[in-house]
Design a protein around this ligand. Sequence first.
Ligand code: PEP
Ligand code: MN
Length: 288
Amino acid sequence: MKSLEIKDTYIKKGLVKKGSGLERTIVEVGAIKIGGPEVVIMAGPCAVENEEQLLKTAQIVSEAGAAILRGGAFKPRTSPYSFQGLGLEGLKLLGIVKTKIGIPVVSEVMDVREFDNVSKYADILQIGSRNMQNYALLKEAGKTNKPILLKRGMMATIDEFLNAAEYILAGGNLEVILCERGIRTFDSSTRNTLDLNAIPLLHSLTHLPVIVDPSHGTGRSDLVPHMAKAAIAAGADGLLMEVHYCPDKALCDGDQALHDDEFVQLMKDLSKVAKAVGRSLYRPLLAV
Ligand code: PEP
Ligand code: MN
């Protein structure tokens, strides 16, 4: 087997923030530290649909202990006839809900031309699986000082994933969070195959925080809790999960969305798993 050797400079373990003495990068969003001892939970709908949906979901996930609200305003959809996201209107809703609830937001940027708009409203910019090798977007991400949540391409090797991150770091932005979200394999019984190997492997190769998205990784809400627990046990620095108050009515990815109650229960279970492996969940002040 070919051993992985990352030849480039910035992502390699030990080269973080030269001279800082830090072994790992910790991405800070306000008081939240991604890549530190605590596990950071990011949750919310796949897509921003309307203010009521977003506000309700934000309240539920933050009270249950999620630190960051997710929600796509620009959605990469396989079919051009599927809901494409609310665009700028969706970003504005994220801005409103963020202020009302006091929770930071992660949202996807799909196009270099939308970079400034998404940056205005989101605290973390997501570069999705389909754009992991969109080099123009990666270079733009390198120029900003906003944290970037970079998702693994659905067909990307670890080497390709790290090189995509390298583009951002080489451009001058060291605030990168890697996200394993499942890859395509020969098996079509689940949407993707969640590669949990990637967590310890990426930690051994790079100093960057590694989070896991069990929603896209499985495509099935009944599998999400199991893989979320497994990801924490395998050392993930955080989780990104989709939650909807009525998954049957979701405009996007309803099959993999946890219902509010399922999410609340899962947070309790994740807390126990974290404790069992000597960690804890980051608790926002809002959490009960
Ligand atoms: C998402 O997070 O909603 C998304 C589209 O994810 P991915 O890029 O992993 O498919
Ligand atoms: Mn989704």
